[in-house]
Design a protein around this ligand. Structure first.
Ligand SMILES: *Cc1c(COP(=O)(O)O)cnc(C)c1O
Length: 379
């Protein structure tokens, strides 16, 4: 099956009791048992729920994996992965990381004796230098937020394999339409479903996918034991969202390309960070592992003044000033004062988040309106 067909049908079947073509919202906490020890496959909705089960199978299908698991947020899904580790275990992670992931690793899990090393993953030798007998997990995020750096997933899979560690990839920015980490050698894929998979800015959810039966068993054990599950209504909304993922992503990609090229030619714009440009430092990795370049773009302004950036983000009308990304509507944000405001300026500048850096999540509105909006805001 090709992608669009999987998005619509993968892992799904019409409701057996009624023939309803859309998966019903099984808004129930418990299930009647025909006798003691004799249930119909469902006992309690923390453990399993038919609407969630359908979504888990659907997400596994579009990621070319065998098992899926859905959580109450992207961070709850990451939390589950780290709970597979033991005190004394070590993790090697990208240094250019989603802020919430960094906070989870350092402010929650370090105190339970798990050690995290943050390295630039463009340099495979820097990753290898951190490997030791306690290395149990390599954590990759690609493309990264907001600098749009890419990590070579196949190269990291090789490092993980020879270290005897698992490789997990946060595939939120690329989506399964543009990139499939399991096919490139990863053991686990994680999504903030909140973003492109949900796609309509109405749900917070996370997901994990793996093809390894033993890892899957462990994930389900932790999901049930820790209880960070997602609700049936939210699963229904995401099942609906995924049905158009391929259509939305084609539009995000083509609108993204038009916006990136427009910004690159604008006299007030300094740098544009978008992996589709031939001079992007990781363009070769994009060509190797991605099927498109997506709708996420960052750019800085000539003169690099904070006030100029604040003026631009306050003037847009199609682009709404907001956190998050991946919805049908265009969003604009200022990382230095919003998502990355907690990072000391020196650190922030080191990873490229300058004062005037602006991040766009290019939506699927008409491209003429999107460009006109940026034109008037930059004028
Ligand atoms: C939003 C995001 C997360 C966290 O997901 P939530 O659903 O907000 O918990 C993790 N990684 C990336 C890349 C994200 O954009």
């Amino acid at each position: 099956m090709k992608f669009g067909t999987k998005a619509i049908h993968g892992g799904l079947k019409p409701d057996e009791s009624t023939g309803a073509i859309m998966t019903p919202i099984y808004q129930t906490s418990t299930y009647i048992q025909d006798g003691i020890g004799n249930n119909r496959g469902y006992e309690y909705s923390r453990t399993q729920n038919p609407t969630r089960h359908a979504l888990e199978k659907n997400i596994a299908s579009i990621e070319n994996g065998k098992h899926g698991a859905c959580f109450g947020s992207g961070l709850a899904a990451i939390d589950c992965i780290i709970k597979m580790l033991n005190p004394g275990d070590e993790v090697i992670s990208t240094n250019d990381l989603y802020g919430g992931t960094f906070r989870l690793f350092t402010s929650i899990f370090e105190k339970y004796g798990i050690k995290f090393h943050f390295v630039g993953m463009n340099d495979t030798s820097a990753v290898k230098a951190e490997v030791n007998a306690r290395t149990k997990l390599i954590w990759v995020e690609t493309p990264t937020n907001p600098m749009m750096n890419l990590v070579d997933i196949e190269a990291m899979a090789d490092v993980a394999k020879s270290a005897g560690a698992l490789l997990a990839v946060d595939n939120t920015f690329a989506t399964p339409y543009l990139q499939n980490p399991l096919d490139l050698g990863a053991d686990l894929v994680m999504h903030s479903v909140t973003k492109y998979l949900g796609g309509h800015s109405d749900v917070v959810m996370g997901a994990l996918v793996t093809s390894d039966d033993i890892i899957a068993k462990e994930i389900y054990r932790i999901q049930n034991s820790s209880g960070a599950v997602t609700a049936p209504m939210d699963c229904f909304l995401v099942l609906r969202g995924i049905k158009t993922l391929h259509l939305r992503m084609d539009c995000h990609c083509s609108n993204g390309e038009r916006v990136a090229k427009y910004l690159a030619s604008h006299p007030k714009v300094d740098k544009v960070y978008w992996p589709g440009f031939e001079d992007h430092p990781n363009h070769d990795i994009a060509l190797k592992q991605m099927r498109g370049f997506g709708g996420m773009i960052s750019f800085s302004l000539i003169g690099d003044r904070l006030d100029d950036a604040h003026e631009v983000v306050s003037k847009t009308k199609v682009f709404a000033l907001a956190e998050s990304l991946g919805g049908v509507e265009s969003l604009i944000g200022h990382p230095a004062t919003m998502t990355h405001g907690a990072i000391p300026k020196e650190e922030r500048i080191k990873i490229g988040i300058s004062d005037s850096l602006i991040r766009l999540s290019v939506g699927v509105e008409d491209i003429e309106d999107i460009i006109d909006d940026l034109k008037q805001a930059l004028a």
